[in-house]
Ligand binder design. Sequence first.
Ligand SMILES: *Cc1c(COP(=O)(O)O)cnc(C)c1O
Length: 425
Amino acid sequence: MIHQNTIAFAREMDEKDPLKSFREKFHFPNFMDMDMVYFTGNSLGLQPKSVQGYIQEELDAWSKFGVEGHFLAEKPWFAYHEFLTEKAAKIVGANPKEVVVTHSLTTNLHLLMVSFFKPEGKRTKIICEAKAFPSDQYALESQVKFHGLNIDTDLIEVAPREGEHLIREEDILNKIVETGDELAMVMIGGVNYYTGQLFDMAAITKAGHAVGAKVGFDLAHAAGNINLKLHDWGVDFAAWCGYKYLNSSPGGVSGIFVHERHGYNPDLPRFAGWWGYDKETRFQMEPGFNPMRGAEGWQLSNAPILGMSAHLASLDIFDEAGMDRIGEKRDLMTAYLEFVIEDVSKRNSDRCTFEIITPTDKTKRGAQLSILAHGQGKSLFDALTKKGVIADWREPNVIRVAPAPLYNSFEDCYNFGVCLGDSIQ
Ligand SMILES: *Cc1c(COP(=O)(O)O)cnc(C)c1O
């Protein structure tokens, strides 16, 4: 497709967009008294207008029924998570039995690693990506220490090669082969939060399994963004948060995936709580833990209904849009934004260069571009913010932008380009 960095071209693309009406379903920040460009759906997705009604429904049930809402509410709280399961499973390409929405992301990563990181004999090592999201780094380090292992030798980070920004997939696969029977687990962010690089999860899973390791992914930046097939890829476990591309309220609930070949294994070690107990006999409150089959057996606590209802509102929107259409728009819009940024860079080449470090191959990225602003500092970003652009700044000079297919438009991409050009220092 021949792109043009013009408002007319952007509007024509919006006109042809089968998802264009979805923009109306969201509240856009308006605190600056000007048209704003929201490109931070990878940090906190926008609020669906429907959320208020979903939460109000549960507030009403609470005031009307008190504790009896667990059974008398229109969506009984006792099994509220079941209303979310199928829709969440579709988003990550799983069978419903393999998915449950529960807790928060880092908590879930720990709970899953209790089950899937089981160092034994010389098989003690973890492979992860260098510069993983800080919470994942802390989680992995503390898991290693919890087992009395050594983070210098048992936690192997695969980094970009000298002078490069992206991790070469062959380096991950080779490291897996090289570590061989010393490798207990691979745990990688499916999409790296910093560069936006999407990893080949099928290939990494296959390689990990070939040497007898377990393979899990943090999908915080992938769920609702990438077309995932966790079941078919054979991934052992995964977790994601609900509040980034999934738009489900600040600090909102998380989802987990446990492949069905593990979900029925009551012998896996796990940290248990009453909500993971077999639903039919849970209230007999017998000693001895009898887990629910499938991912539900990893739940500890009864569900936070208000946060769950916000998530349900958003999952219903995803269900209506469908991940196939979302994926098609994601690729078109990200490519257009890339073109706009490169065009702005060319026009201003006497003053600076905007280098996009995210892969150019659309099968290796989602809806995020990370821009290295050569010759510019934080003042460029501050100027962008003053013009109503909400993006993300990472020291020393990386700007992350994420055009979310559900609510961003091609016109947003064009407007971003105008603001970017006007902000060059
Ligand atoms: C956003 C994000 C988190 C955040 O974890 P919480 O437990 O939800 O605070 C963790 N890991 C990754 C990779 C993330 O992108």
